[in-house]
Design a protein around this ligand. Structure first.
Ligand code: PMP
Ligand code: GLN
Length: 407
């Protein structure tokens, strides 16, 4: 395929091309820019406005001053691979060989893209839940495979997977199933029953399962994150992906990892070594220490996020939104239907109107859906707010949102 055509395929699949052919920023960059221009409280792009623990940052500074500034090994520094192996065993009872079954990557994003490029190509189908995180769709488009989806639907008990619809979306061409739990943007933590349906289907069509577990430690209300690889007989077909960004509020460090059976890791490595080769030399030993000694910091982050989650849900409810309570991540999805009219006719228009008129930024759920899909239609009026912002910002946002009911 000609290069320009190939780019157009990716850009169209991800909605990243404008009518004049120029590259559009991602929805997250667009909403952050709009928030900055209008002075809005930015509950759009999901990044914390407080840095991760000082001792972890000091560990990175120490490594930098200790001459750890040249290319690290392509698989990642041994201390970090060992720390990841220990983390998987301690939290989930999963065992991985740090020499052959763990790869350190440039964030979860690189792990996801390299894994998708390694195992999917034209003629294959890659199945994700819908809504889905934006980079998943982009990587699938880059691979040339067809992106198929199964919806998560809003219910009294959160956005849930419908087993029959999911099974119907799986075909013999389904080479990869991408499972994101805790799920961005819905906040769903998939239950054992839901994961079992996915496991049965993966086994039936012999698909590889790629998981995106970057919010693994950010769960609330007693919800427990279940790594897909812990389901019976699933470890042998699963690539488990996570990252230090969310767990330690270090999203700009981009230290992620992928764990799985050696032959699958070998294939991901083949791609990864020509995407970035390696990176983050002084950051890797610091993340190794964070994973080993940082459980308390993670507990504190979870408790503080839980308070902010409750505050945002209350604020949104008071302002007149219907919300779905998230059990994980740092996002709340809300139905903006009560505030729509002829001019501001759907969630996308609402999200672009809100910063200037009310002083709050959010993200439309349509950005996480395929244009024209049943999920996109069902969620066309929905938007996502993040609560990973300081209390003052959240309070300001909640007060401003009250103007919606007064308007
Ligand atoms: N997956 C999901 C579901 C995310 O929300 C994010 C964003 N932060 C990522 C992957 C990207 O992770 P990283 O920054 O480690 O590349
Ligand atoms: N994961 C973040 C979110 O969902 C965004 C990261 C990005 O801007 N690429 O808001």
């Amino acid at each position: 395929m000609h290069m320009i055509e190939r780019w157009a395929t990716v850009a169209t699949a991800t909605g990243l091309i404008d009518d004049d052919g120029s590259t559009k920023p991602s929805i997250f960059s667009e909403m952050s820019a709009l928030a900055a221009d209008t002075g809005a409280a930015n509950l759009g792009q999901g990044f914390p406005d407080e840095d991760g623990p000082l001792w972890i940052r000091e560990a990175a500074v120490a490594a930098m001053l200790d001459s750890q500034n040249q290319y690290p090994p392509v698989r990642g520094v041994p201390a970090l691979r060992q720390a990841i192996a220990d983390h998987q065993r301690r939290h989930y009872g999963l065992s991985f060989d740090p020499n052959s079954e763990i790869l350190v990557t440039a964030g979860a994003t690189e792990a996801l893209t390299a894994a998708i490029l390694a195992f999917a190509s034209a003629g294959d189908e890659v199945l994700t839940l819908e809504p889905f995180y934006d980079s998943h769709a982009a990587a699938i488009a880059m691979s040339g495979a067809t992106h198929t989806t199964a919806p998560l639907r809003p219910t009294e008990s959160g956005f849930r997977l419908d087993a029959a619809t999911f099974r119907a979306a799986v075909s013999t061409r389904t080479k990869l199933i991408l499972v994101n739990t805790p799920h961005n943007p819905t906040g769903t933590v998939l239950t054992r029953e839901e994961l079992s349906v996915i496991a049965e289907e993966a086994a039936r069509v012999d698909a590889i399962v790629i998981t995106d577990e970057v919010y693994e430690h950010l769960t609330f209300e007693g919800a427990t994150h279940i790594p897909f690889a812990t389901l019976p007989e699933m470890q042998s077909r699963t690539l488990t992906i996570s990252s230090s960004g969310k767990t330690f509020s270090l999203t700009g460090w981009k230290i992620g990892w992928v764990c799985g059976p050696a032959p699958l890791i070998e294939a991901v490595l083949a791609i990864k070594q020509f995407l970035t080769f390696s990176g983050g030399a002084p950051l890797q030993p610091a993340v190794a220490r964070a994973l080993t000694e940082g459980d308390n910091d993670v507990r504190e982050l979870r408790a503080s996020l839980d308070e902010r989650r409750v505050m945002l849900i209350e604020g949104l409810t008071k302002a007149g939104f219907d919300t779905v309570r998230p059990e994980g991540t740092y996002f709340v999805c809300a139905d903006a239907t009560p505030f729509l009219d002829g001019e501001v006719g759907d969630g996308g228009a609402f999200a672009r109107w809100l910063p200037e008129h009310i002083g709050v930024a959010c993200v439309p759920i349509s950005a996480f859906c395929r244009p024209g899909s049943p999920a996109a239609h069902a969620l066309r009026n929905w938007v996502r707010f993040t609560f990973v912002k300081d209390e003052a910002t959240l309070r300001t946002a909640c007060e401003r949102l009250l103007q919606l009911t007064r308007a």
